[in-house]
Design a protein around this ligand. Structure first.
Ligand SMILES: CC(C)(COP(=O)(O)OP(=O)(O)OC[C@H]1O[C@@H](n2cnc3c(N)ncnc32)[C@H](O)[C@@H]1OP(=O)(O)O)[C@@H](O)C(=O)NCCC(=O)NCCS
Length: 156
């Protein structure tokens, strides 16, 4: 074989940053919005249209795809994966963006390391355990864990 791959470089392109954002390179951020006082760890990818609220921390190796919005004062743990393509037609949407679905994360939501977040809405004041898979909307504050994530402790 003697082909040459088309190479795209990791980088930060067309991102709207608030004040005092800290970011550790390398990361791949494009066409998204990151509000004041956020922290973005290394080896993260944050895709077009994502909005991240003030003081939220995104830890290393997280992947935040298109159609995700995250509130203020959240913690997105190491290696957290968001999903917008559920393979609803039996495989990847392959560019049929109308098949993608959105995720909304409220304020003060902490997501433990290596959790996977399917397209859902999560209210304010929620904790998601490490390694959990969130498959359904979360409508009540509390701690949720497991695969599929279930209510663990209701918030007082
Ligand atoms: C979910 C979580 C918040 C619960 O904490 P806790 O209330 O102190 O719970 P405990 O450690 O007392 O565990 C209680 C039970 O839940 C289970 N459990 C704890 N965390 C779990 C998780 N993430 N997924 C599935 N089960 C879990 C425990 O095995 C234990 O089960 P048992 O009652 O059958 O023995 C915590 O375990 C967690 O996952 N935190 C995320 C931390 C993280 O990712 N930090 C990132 C920065 S390093």
């Amino acid at each position: 074989m003697s082909g040459k791959p088309q190479v795209h470089r990791v980088g930060v392109r067309d991102v709207k940053f608030g004040q005092r954002v800290k970011m550790v390179e390398p990361c791949n951020l494009y066409e998204c919005e990151i509000a004041d006082d956020c922290f973005i760890g290394p080896f993260t990818e944050i895709q077009a249209g994502v909005v991240i609220g003030a003081r939220t921390r995104v830890q290393s190796h997280a992947f935040i795809c298109e159609l995700v919005s995250i509130g203020e004062d959240c913690f997105i743990g190491h290696g957290v994966m968001f999903i917008n393509d559920t393979f609803s037609t039996g495989g990847p949407a392959r560019g049929r963006r109308e098949l993608w679905r959105a995720t909304t994360i409220g304020d003060r939501v902490s997501i433990g390391s290596n959790a996977t977040i399917m397209p859902v809405s999560i209210v304010d004041d929620v904790v998601i355990g490490a390694g959990s898979v969130v498959t359904k909307d979360i409508a009540w504050p509390g701690v949720y864990a497991g695969n599929p994530a279930r209510l663990f402790k209701r918030k007082n």
